[in-house]
Design a protein around this ligand. Structure first.
Ligand SMILES: Cc1cc2nc3c(=O)[nH]c(=O)nc-3n(C[C@H](O)[C@H](O)[C@H](O)COP(=O)(O)OP(=O)(O)OC[C@H]3O[C@@H](n4cnc5c(N)ncnc54)[C@H](O)[C@@H]3O)c2cc1C
Length: 434
């Protein structure tokens, strides 16, 4: 008889686990995700800054499932997990169950209780990327309609966080302003500004000192204002307040300030540790809950140095593959091998031809790192057509001045409100900007 495995979440971890299991005739896999596609999160910022189209980084989950005989993909927003019955229930009332349940629901932004976080633009899904791109273009359009709005922060963009997400967004946004908006909005683009705020003192903290300096130099050269050693203490509809007491008027605050476990972790009844993530053993099982495995970003996965693995795509992917092996071992009543992560390198792209990569203890900067970044990301993408389209867009971006899919693609989005109840904005607009 086949063993039924239920996987919740179709990101790097869930898809890798489901694929590895579905290869085995003895296993029947059901994968549920709130979306009908697998998204490539590391490139969301490129969708947000019009470098790639959404379709370049999304791949249908049903198409992945169709590659196997006993793999079914279902669309559903899971609102409850029963770790004893090994079941998951969706917001439309369907319940799915298995002999094993694998939780792979990823992360969500952590705003650390920052007041006004609802005004920020996180970057964790295709919807987020689409919303951010619309806001950036809309902000330029608004300032084009009434240039006085530039004084109200219309073309000031604040990026919170100096980790890979913040650095990549700030780099791509300043590049978009310097190479594309300068042609589309020649009167406005020179006045547009990207501010990067971080309470730490180094960009890309996980890399070595040289990378921090390289990254700061590239961003500063591209015109990004670096506000290091500075925290964001509040966000309003038209401004951010900073820990140094100053204020920046802005209509676009991009949040790259931190992550925590996806909401389903807190209602699963499973033990939560740091970041709200579920504490697992080296075989991804949870003490006291046989048949439950938790993988990827939503898990605190123990590492050999006594710490836990970082929330990275490669960790998620490998955890999925190892969890599949653990399940196959368990159904044969064998012990699973503890997870051993193979670090193939950590990379971040700062701008055109500029990247940092840390590969097996060696740190690369500049064009070599950019080449490594291109190769690794293209190889990781699911689906050949996505890869080809992404490469075409990267080529257009690298050699040309335009970004292919640039358009206001959410025409139903309401116009920006300039008379919202914002202390800074209201006081300033009283001067006549509308
Ligand atoms: C902007 C950004 C840039 C990044 N850049 C890099 C990088 O350069 N390199 C790198 O290695 N890593 C990078 N990461 C981290 C990497 O993307 C994550 O570590 C990885 O995606 C985690 O994979 P996962 O499968 O655990 O979770 P996810 O990829 O988050 O997948 C979780 C899935 O679960 C689904 N889901 C969640 N809750 C529910 C629910 N209740 N019901 C149904 N479905 C649900 C989601 O829709 C999603 O498909 C980046 C992350 C972000 C956000």
């Amino acid at each position: 008889m086949q063993t039924r495995v239920l996987v919740v979440g179709g990101g790097f971890a869930g898809v890798a686990c489901a694929r590895a299991l579905a290869k085995d005739d003895a296993i029947q896999v059901t994968l549920i995700d709130r979306n009908d596609y697998h998204q490539f999160q590391p490139l969301l910022y490129q969708v947000a800054t019009s470098m790639l189209a959404a379709r370049d980084i999304a791949y249908p989950l049903r198409k992945i499932a169709a590659e196997y005989d006993d793999f079914v993909a279902k669309r559903g927003n899971v609102v409850a997990i029963d770790p004893v019955a090994h079941s998951a229930t969706t917001d439309t009332g369907e319940t799915y169950s298995g002999d094993y349940v694998v939780l792979a629901a990823g992360s969500q932004p952590n705003f650390f209780n920052t007041p006004g976080a609802e005004h920020a633009f996180p970057l964790y899904s295709l919807d987020d990327a689409d919303r951010l791109r619309t806001r950036i273009i809309q902000a330029f359009e608004e300032a084009d309609r009434d240039p006085r709005l530039a004084d109200e922060g219309a073309i000031d963009f604040v990026v919170v966080g100096g980790g890979p997400t913040g650095v990549e967004v700030a780099g791509a946004l300043s590049e978009m302003i310097n190479t594309t908006m300068v042609h589309e909005f020649p009167a406005l683009a020179p006045g547009a500004k990207v501010h990067l705020v971080d309470h730490g003192h180094a960009l890309l903290g996980m890399f070595a000192d040289k990378a921090h300096e390289y990254c700061a130099r590239i961003l500063a050269k591209d015109g990004v204002e670096l506000l290091m050693g500075t925290g964001v203490t509040g966000i309003g509809p038209g401004h951010v307040t900073l820990s140094n007491g100053s204020t920046i008027k802005t209509r676009c605050v991009v949040w790259g300030g931190g992550l925590m476990a996806a909401p389903i972790a807190s209602t699963s009844g499973l033990p939560q540790g740091r970041g709200g993530r579920i504490d697992v053993g080296p075989d991804f099982t949870v003490a006291g809950f046989p048949g439950v495995l938790v993988i990827g970003d939503i898990a605190n996965i123990p590492a050999k140095d006594g710490k836990t693995h970082p929330q990275l795509g490669s960790v998620a992917l490998q955890s999925g593959q190892w969890a599949a092996k653990a399940i196959l071992a368990d159904r044969q009543q064998k012990a699973a091998k503890p997870f051993s992560y193979l670090d193939k390198g950590t990379m971040a792209m700062i701008g055109r031809g500029a990247a940092v990569a840390q590969v097996k203890g060696v740190e690369l900067h500049g064009k070599i790192a950019f080449g490594a970044w291109l190769g690794v990301h293209a190889a990781l993408m699911t689906g050949g057509s996505n890869r080809v389209d992404a490469f075409k867009s990267w080529a257009v971006d690298f050699f040309g001045k335009d970004r292919a899919p640039q358009a206001l693609d959410r025409s139903g989005t309401p116009r920006m409100q300039w008379d919202e109840d914002d202390a800074i904005g209201t006081a300033a607009t009283a001067g006549g900007a509308r």
